[in-house]
Design a protein around this ligand. Sequence first.
Ligand code: MN
Length: 167
Amino acid sequence: MPQSNRLGRANLPCQLSNPLESFYTVGLLVALDDATGGRGEVAERVLVVEDNDLNRKLFCDLLRANGLTVEPVADGHNVLDIARSFEPDLVIMDIQLPNISGVDLIEALKADETLRRVPILAVTAYAGKGDEDRIRQAGAEGYLSKPVSIQPFMNAVNALLDRRAAA
Ligand code: MN
């Protein structure tokens, strides 16, 4: 698989926050990917914890378009159990979840003997001063503030997966 075929390297500076543009672009990426394949021979697994239906669908569509296997989770309550059975290579973690904080979930994942090795990419709508530090201190290896653009999102996903594959 030539590097140029990886969607994360494509120059597509659009925003996931614009539904019409995003659906168009994701559809385009899926169509492109049908012709080019995905990340590699073995589909890596990404757990997507995001309560917003549109964001969750967009993240999952993008990841699938890049050849990844995804498990969408809208409710933060069973994240640890789902992660133990799904055995992800990467976790995408929204921070603002109903009834539970993504920061607490990151800390819980990093307190688990097995799951602590799984990299976490945090995504948050509130990028106030100190937010990134707080989230990274909880154990997240990656951090993006919303609205999330496609290229930085896929770059972060690919970097964390590459790092895990090399470990
Ligand atoms: Mn949320």
